[in-house]
Write a protein that binds this ligand. Structure first.
Ligand SMILES: Cc1cc2nc3c(=O)[nH]c(=O)nc-3n(C[C@H](O)[C@H](O)[C@H](O)COP(=O)(O)O)c2cc1C
Length: 177
């Protein structure tokens, strides 16, 4: 799929998925797209846990049975960041930004390959879910899961949520025009 078509078609999908596993080859292509994202100082702080074992997917879905999105997922990519800079580092710390860049690359790759997903971040920040899912996935204590991408082949087609027109969000030369 052409890049601008993928940007246009990417949307947050929270509906049911087809009962079809996502081949590892596709999961690796998606994560490779994340790995190729830019990062501050090229520090490449984001790491990834690719989950395709049904028992582990079930354990994560059981963290919040009200969240149907996780129950639908055929696979899941957990994006992990250090909690803070390395001790003694004088560099600025860009763990969150690095992770966000990787996530957007992966969402576009997911779209281009015909899968659907949603950026789960707020959900992790509540009720200690980042810690609970981190324990399930063996994430070390000095790292944290920033984003979960549940994915699969969508049962139905949806559209990207509407965006404000460009002239309300972008201007040449001066903010506000
Ligand atoms: C930083 C961030 C956090 C998000 N957290 C959640 C979340 O916890 N749960 C969820 O269902 N969607 C979450 N989303 C998805 C947004 O709700 C979604 O991107 C937005 O409504 C726009 O829709 P679109 O993705 O179709 O353009 C998050 C998106 C971002 C960028």
């Amino acid at each position: 799929m052409e890049l601008f078509e993928a940007i246009r078609r990417r949307h947050s999908y929270r509906g049911p998925m087809k009962d079809q596993p996502v081949p590892r080859e596709d999961l690796l292509r998606i994560v490779q797209a994340g790995i190729q994202a830019p990062s501050g100082y090229n520090a490449q702080t984001t790491t990834f846990v690719i989950v395709d074992e049904p028992e582990i997917l079930d354990q994560i879905a059981a963290v919040d049975p009200r969240n149907a999105i996780l129950g639908h997922a055929q696979a899941l990519i957990a994006c992990v960041a250090p909690r803070g800079p390395e001790p003694g580092s004088s560099r600025l710390f860009f763990g969150v930004e690095d992770c966000a860049a990787a996530v957007e690359n992966m969402l576009l790759a997911i779209t281009a390959l015909g899968y659907a997903s949603v950026w789960l971040d707020g959900w992790l920040r509540m009720e200690g879910r980042d810690e609970t899912v981190g324990r399930i996935l063996n994430v070390p204590p000095d790292h944290i899961i920033r984003v979960l991408l549940p994915l699969g082949s969508p049962m139905h087609q949806e559209e990207q949520h509407p965006k404000k027109p460009l002239d309300q969000r972008a201007w040449f030369n001066r903010h506000g025009g």
